[in-house]
Design a protein around this ligand. Structure first.
Ligand SMILES: *Cc1c(COP(=O)(O)O)cnc(C)c1O
Length: 392
């Protein structure tokens, strides 16, 4: 079945029993059983998508997990409280004294902070792999995980996923990937060789900026230690978030197609603007990562990063504050357009030097693309006004 069809029909097994189109929302802390035998069987935890206790999920959680596993064309899925807890569960389950974890240089900032501030003091040897480095030379006998993210957050650099997976497979090391940007629709992580694929469903998958949710997909064997780690740590998702995400999932394909079309329109228009130095978006033919993107992704809905010519703080503020349709905020993947200064995590506390390009990350929402270009144009005009007035 095509993924577009799965999006509509997966995760609705419990709907017919209540004569509804959508599955019922089941909220519970306590799970109750008819017999002692049924209780004992459930507590053994051998069937992961069976009710045991509220923390490990309700029928609603299991609907979403099954739908997501089928979309990702793999066996199982674990839903967690947010994208970051999905990441820390994957890392935490593979960490420990004497273990070595490789992470790609461009990972989401909080991913790197967790490694530096929690894993390293706990005795895990975390090594950051520069972009373009040969992973096969860095794998060791004690390597327990290779963790990548593609494209890299903010810098948008691409990774040769097939090469990383082949090298790791040769040494029996699992590969985990933060696949949030691609979603299972545009990035077929498991087909490329990734064992553990992580999604902040907070972004495109839910698509409505009204909840946080993490999803981890992979074969049952690849996820078993992570599932146990989640059971011990209590990182599981709330049924309400799962229910809303199931609802968001139904329109994922049509939303992504529109996000993609508009993101390309706006990105190409930005490339013609005198104040724009560069647009970092692998879907653009001019992007250095374009060839890798073409060989690994079947689409790109954004977000992307824009480099603006060096300017004063006042001019930069005039640009951001001058935008009417782009709200200023972190996160992305919702129906609304967003802008955010794109500073790498470790530089956020520092002032931008006057001669450095300014970077912004844009998420192109479902508004009309021409309206978005017009909005960007008038914000750039506001910048020029400030510059001419000589304000600093
Ligand atoms: C947002 C994001 C996360 C974290 O997701 P939350 O649900 O906000 O915790 C992880 N990885 C990437 C690439 C993200 O963009």
């Amino acid at each position: 079945m095509h993924r577009d069809t799965l999006l509509i029909h997966a995760g609705r097994e419990s709907a017919p029993a209540v004569h509804a189109v959508s599955p019922p929302l089941v909220r519970t802390s306590t799970t109750v059983f008819d017999t002692l035998a049924a209780y004992q069987q459930a507590q053994a935890g051998t069937v992961f998508d069976a009710p045991r206790y509220g923390r490990s999920g309700t029928a609603t959680t299991f609907e979403l997990q099954r739908a997501m596993a089928s979309l990702a064309r793999t066996e199982t899925c674990i839903a967690t409280s947010c994208g970051l807890s999905a990441i820390t569960a994957v890392l935490g389950a593979h960490a420990g004294p004497g273990r070595h974890i490789l992470i790609s240089a461009g990972v989401y900032g909080p991913t790197r902070s967790f490694c530096e501030q929690d894993l390293v003091p706990g005795g895990t040897h975390v090594e950051v792999v520069p972009h373009g480095a040969d992973v096969s030379l860095l794998l060791r006998d004690d390597t327990s995980l290779v963790f990548i993210e593609t494209p890299a957050s903010l810098t948008m650099e691409m990774i040769d996923v097939r090469a990383v997976c082949a090298a790791a497979l040769g040494r029996g090391v699992p590969v985990a990937c933060d696949s949030t940007w691609g979603t299972p629709l545009y990035f077929d992580a498991h087909a490329l060789g990734i064992d553990i694929s992580i999604h902040a469903a907070t972004k495109f998958i839910n698509g409505h900026s009204d909840l946080l949710l993490g999803l981890i997909t992979g074969k049952a064997q690849a996820l078993s230690a992570i599932r146990a780690y989640c059971d011990r740590g209590g990182t599981h998702a709330a049924p309400d978030a799962c229910w809303l995400t199931l609802r968001g999932l139904r329109t994922l394909a049509v939303r992504l197609a529109r996000h993609q079309q508009s993101a390309l329109t706006v990105a190409r228009w930005l490339q013609t603007q005198p104040r724009v130095l560069r647009v970092r978006f692998p879907a653009l033919e001019t992007d250095p990562g374009h060839a890798l993107w073409t060989s690994q992704f079947s689409g790109a809905a954004g977000p992307f990063t824009v480099e603006i010519a060096p300017c004063s703080e006042a001019a930069f503020a005039a640009f951001i504050d001058g935008l009417q349709l782009f709200s200023l905020g972190t996160s992305w993947g919702g129906f609304e357009s967003l802008v955010m200064p794109a500073l790498p995590h470790h530089q956020r506390a520092l002032a931008t030097p006057a001669d450095a390009p300014r970077r912004v990350r844009l998420h192109i929402g479902l508004e009309d693309a021409q309206d978005l270009c017009n909005d960007l144009q008038s914000a750039m005009a506001a910048m020029t006004t400030v510059t001419l007035r000589g304000e600093r």
